[in-house]
Design a protein around this ligand. Structure first.
Ligand SMILES: *Cc1c(COP(=O)(O)O)cnc(C)c1O
Length: 379
């Protein structure tokens, strides 16, 4: 039986045309029409006076945001604990120190209460955090108003990690437009892909130019390559950007299909006591449902998320636990953490289910049957 993946690339049709154009025109480098047009497409899509610099990955975008915010050796950076490690790793690239914040239950993202507690405590200890990294996990917008209000109150810049949330909105405004710097990812498993790639969403033209400067080995304006800063090789290939242009044509369709997968799970579990499908808290939140996630209460169902995961795996259907919080990761074990165990609790009970926009009716039926069959062993 063929494998049903959690989330895989889903091509629209015109990707090859744009890739061919680049090759035919000999624009096989890190600039050219595809990069320019993909940047324009993204600016138009986000539609909020933003300036996009395409980069080689979402991770490199977070790194360059930290560089531009002046984060250096032993500076403290606040970061959401329940996220993919790529949100936090670049803090270490800069020799800085991550301080992790727990989730709140409504969106699973950074808890405003714990954020403020942490800021106050760090300031009391003599360290003003240099930046706050907020994530929209699984496409669900974080409690942005509350979080930004706290960041503003203490005058700390925000890096918005919207890697999973392209197309999600909060109060009608697109995720990826809230941070001092915001980042997107076009990795192969994200809602749209360039095979590998990312982007920095900037608030000004100057920030965009600065981002491209750092991403292009920090070359000053001189024929002989003068350098007054340490640079990086972080630009997106014009070939990859061609894939991105094709993907932009189908982005809204992909979101609709991912939301349809979420509706499928909502229906599948609606009569099952002890299983809840992660939903938007209210009308302010609109998720692209990059991944559909459930929580399982063992006391009610008789089985754990891990047992369901293994049952799916046996049928060649991929599912995955939620992000293991960063403060529980061995590599970050020495970092400080503010919270009361919410993210740990979510991690224990949660499961991400196959959510791709390219799942066929047969696949969806197969998922439904395997899950129903497994549940009936218990209920
Ligand atoms: C995928 C992802 C990233 C990193 O993006 P890459 O393009 O894979 O480097 C960062 N943060 C989050 C939350 C992600 O899911």
């Amino acid at each position: 039986m063929s494998k049903i993946p959690l989330s895989s690339s889903h091509l629209g049709g015109n990707e090859l045309k744009f890739v061919n154009d680049a090759i035919r025109k000999n624009q096989v480098t890190t600039y050219g029409e595809n990069v320019n047009n993909f940047q324009n497409d993204l600016e138009n899509y986000l539609n909020n006076d933003v300036y996009i610099a395409c980069l080689s990955s979402g991770t490199s975008a977070i790194h360059l945001a930290l560089v531009q915010l002046g984060v250096g050796l032993n500076d403290e950076v606040i970061c959401q604990s329940m996220t993919f490690s790529a949100s936090a790793n670049p803090i270490k690239y800069q020799g800085a120190i991550p301080v992790f914040i727990d989730s709140e239950f409504d969106t699973w993202n950074m808890c405003p209460k714990h954020l403020e507690t942490a800021i106050k405590d760090r300031i009391k200890k003599g360290n003003i955090p240099k930046a706050i990294i907020i994530v929209h996990s699984y496409g669900m917008p974080a409690k942005i108003d509350d979080l930004l209000q706290i960041a503003n109150k203490y005058d700390i810049p925000v890096i918005e990690d919207a890697a999973e949330a392209l197309g999600s909105t909060y109060k009608g405004k697109k995720c990826g437009t809230f941070g001092d710097f915001s980042i997107l990812s076009f990795n192969g498993n994200k809602i749209i892909t360039t095979s590998g790639g990312g982007a920095m969403v900037c608030r000004s033209k100057e920030d965009k130019e600065k981002t491209i400067f750092y991403a292009t080995q920090a070359r000053d304006k001189a024929a002989h390559y003068e350098h007054t800063a340490i640079g990086y090789n972080y630009r997106m290939s014009n070939i990859s950007a061609g894939i991105g242009r094709g993907q932009m044509e189908v982005l809204n369709k992909h979101i609709a299909l991912r939301r349809k997968m979420n509706a499928f799970y909502l229906d599948l579990f609606k009569k099952i006591d002890g299983i809840t499908v992660m939903q938007e808290l209210n009308k302010d939140y609109y998720s692209n449902f990059w991944l559909s996630c459930i929580l399982i209460e063992k006391e009610k169902t008789g089985f754990t998320a891990e047992e369901l995961r293994l049952a799916l795996e046996k049928e060649n259907i991929e599912s995955r636990p939620l992000w293991k919080p960063m403060h529980l990761q061995p590599v970050f074990k020495d970092c400080d953490y503010y919270g009361n165990g919410e993210s740990e609790n979510l991690f224990k009970k949660g499961l991400c289910l196959p959510s791709g926009s390219n799942l066929l009716n047969n696949d969806i039926e197969r998922i439904g049957n395997v899950i129903k069959g497994f549940i009936h062993l218990y209920i």
